[in-house]
Design a protein around this ligand. Structure first.
Ligand code: NAD
Ligand code: DAU
Length: 358
């Protein structure tokens, strides 16, 4: 079996669902169920004996060690994290705790467990650490895309906490020989994406007749990857990645934020037209994110060349699938819009000075 951390979050639940759809190897899913974790994402697995959910904290090293002793996984896929840049600006403490201290305690527990293994089990054990392209900082318009050799220049507390965790993982391989794998991925999108992030926020706000907040001039560029493609990349790296290596994962889909928002409006205009006018009329430019990175772009040639992974989904097909999923899953959307979500919207958006899009 494998141990996944953060498997009730956006990427985590997609990963667990994809894993169990393609393999009968059991997943032990360790998740604290913070505001971002949602067991409803996994309700189709309720009767599946290959899914063992454990509520717990990755910072609790004793608890993690007990889990490892009890289940004896052949691999750990560590993706539990605080993941939202805007939240890291409002309150960095949780990011330091979960992303840095949490990764440290996962590494310590993994090192002790791995040291106790022998023979093939020791040889084949892997610790896969899921990270982000944000550790590399920001690019100018014509700069080449991030490679695995691009120096780290994290700009937000979130990115800095992920960079720190990447360094810890690297050091555990270098110093102790722990068989680690690190992936640095670009922006994911798809089903079960919590509506604090751009794409689901815009879909949910559009349907509710609310404004669609675009930070600054909307010309920041992100490289978008459909979440199932990321899950396939993780399976590939876990199976065939070389211990100690890092792999960049991306979709070759660079878009400005304004383009993304306009695309979402156009799809909604077609699939669920407003009584009058276009959803584009709801676009509102708001005060920029402090320290906002201008452009991310991933050079994913290493994983393609060495491991044969390539994304299947184009941005056009993936974004349409995503919008359709949100239209078909109104119940899920309602359920995640709890009081805590409304408090967050108030904190992040009410204070921003707004000016209408012309
Ligand atoms: P998410 O915020 O949707 O989910 C995070 C999950 O971790 C939640 O289920 C939460 O309950 C759990 N969690 C948080 N703190 C925990 C703790 N202390 N102990 C146990 N569980 C805890 O995040 P996501 O978008 O699915 O991202 C998953 C991973 O991928 C993160 O490491 C993130 O940095 C990385 N990543 C995300 C993206 C993206 O576009 N979303 C891109 C690249 C990398
Ligand atoms: O690049 C990978 C990263 O992508 C992951 O490591 C993070 O976990 C993930 O959250 C994501 O970070 P971003 O900050 O790029 O994602 P977000 O969806 O928050 O924002 C995408 C872009 O849209 C960004 O340039 C900010 C902008 N934005 C975002 C929101 C929420 C807006 O213009 N308006 C908004 O309301």
């Amino acid at each position: 079996m494998i141990l996944v951390t953060g498997g009730a979050g956006f990427i985590g639940s997609n990963f667990v669902l994809d894993w169990l759809a393609t393999s009968d190897e059991t997943v032990v899913n360790l998740d604290l169920l913070t505001y971002a974790g949602n067991l409803a994402n996994l309700c189709s697995l309720q009767e599946d004996p290959h899914h063992i959910f454990v509520r717990g904290d990755v910072c609790d090293q004793t608890f993690v060690s007990e889990l490892l002793e009890r289940y004896k996984p052949r691999a750990i896929v560590h993706m539990a994290a605080e993941s939202h840049v805007d939240r890291s600006i409002h309150g960095p403490g949780a990011f330091i705790r979960t992303n840095i201290n949490g990764t440290f305690s996962m590494l310590e527990a993994a090192r002790a467990y791995w040291s106790s293994l022998s023979g093939n089990r020791r040889e084949e054990f892997r610790f896969l650490h899921m990270s982000t392209d944000e550790v590399y900082g920001t690019l100018g318009k014509d700069d080449p895309a991030f490679t695995e050799d691009t120096p780290y220049q994290p700009n937000s507390p979130y990115a800095a906490s992920k960079a720190a965790s990447d360094h810890l993982v690297r050091s555990y391989h270098h110093t102790y020989g722990l068989p680690t794998l690190t992936t640095n991925c670009s922006n994911n999108y798809g089903p079960y994406h919590f509506p604090e992030k751009l794409i689901p926020l815009v879909i949910v706000n559009a349907l509710a007749g609310k404004s669609l907040p675009v930070y600054g001039d909307g010309q920041q560029v992100r490289d978008w990857l459909f979440v199932s493609d990321h899950c396939a990349a993780i399976r590939t790296v876990l199976a065939n990645g070389r211990p100690g290596e890092t792999y960049n994962v991306g979709g070759w889909n660079e878009r400005t934020n304004l383009e993304v928002v306009q695309t979402l409006c156009d799809i909604l205009d077609r699939l669920k037209p407003r009584a009058r006018g276009s959803y584009r009329e709801q676009i509102t430019f708001v005060t920029d994110r402090p320290g906002h990175d201008r452009r991310y772009a991933i050079d994913a040639r290493k994983i393609e060349r060495e491991l044969g992974w390539k994304p299947d989904e184009t941005f056009d097909s993936g974004i349409e699938r995503t919008v359709r999923w949100y239209l078909e899953n109104e119940h899920w959307v309602k359920q995640v819009q709890s009081g805590a979500y409304l408090t967050w919207l108030d904190k992040n958006y009410t204070q921003r000075a707004t000016e209408n899009c012309t």
